[in-house]
Write a protein that binds this ligand. Structure first.
Ligand SMILES: [Zn+2]
Ligand SMILES: [Zn+2]
Length: 209
């Protein structure tokens, strides 16, 4: 699977624009998923263009939660490509046709939602054999709960996304890859504790797992 960070507080690729928010392209098992849509549509589209990602190639949109820095580009994106949108059932993004997720579900073969955790956020889970990778928006329910929910689909080996104030560092000791980005407050501590697992984030970063 390949994950390309499109929108992030920081940049990996200097040609892109950093801005508070998150969006990435998850390309796995032949499906291209736009995970969250950043805060501002112009930055979303400009960064996509510089990464050679066409809106028309996206198969579906997965919204982790209803906060503005994850949904800002959604309506403008749907104007370009009217794909199916998955949102947590507790959030309203102004899309009548959106699939409102409550319990865990399979979105496409070997790709799942954790379900709406704590009535605020869902995470995306991609399975490869018995291993799974988890992509999180802000981790408002807590990384503990997210990893627990994701574990129903396999052994969690990878965690990518915003981890907010996460500080229970021992629970990620068994992961192979961790890319803490966006709103993660303790990026430097995670990097210092797990230098061999740590992957630096930022808009333009491409992660191949
Ligand atoms: Zn949030
Ligand atoms: Zn956020």
């Amino acid at each position: 699977m390949k994950i390309t960070i499109i929108y992030d507080n920081t940049i990996w690729n200097k040609k892109l624009t950093p801005d508070w928010g998150f969006s990435c392209l998850v390309d796995a098992h032949g499906t291209k998923i736009l995970f969250d849509t950043g805060a501002k549509e112009n930055i979303l589209f400009d960064n996509m263009k510089k990464l050679n990602i066409e809106p028309s190639e996206i198969d579906l949109v997965f919204i982790s939660h209803g906060h503005w820095d994850h949904t800002g580009g959604l309506l403008a994106f749907l104007n370009k490509n009217q794909v199916k949108v998955y949102i947590p059932d507790s959030c309203d993004v102004g899309v009548d046709t959106a699939v409102k997720v409550s319990d865990a579900l399979e979105i496409s073969k070997n790709i799942y939602s954790t379900g709406n955790i704590e009535n605020i956020e869902q995470s995306l889970v991609v399975r490869e054999g018995t291993d799974v990778a988890v992509i999180a928006g802000c981790s408002h329910p807590g990384v503990e709960k997210i990893l627990e929910k994701a574990s129903q689909f396999g052994t969690v080996k990878t965690l990518i996304g915003g981890l907010h104030g996460f500080n229970n560092f021992k629970i990620v000791a068994d992961l192979q890859n961790i890319c803490p980005t966006h709103c993660t407050q303790n990026i430097q501590k995670i990097k210092a504790l797990y230098p061999d697992k740590y992957i630096e984030g930022g808009a333009g970063k491409v992660i191949n797992i």
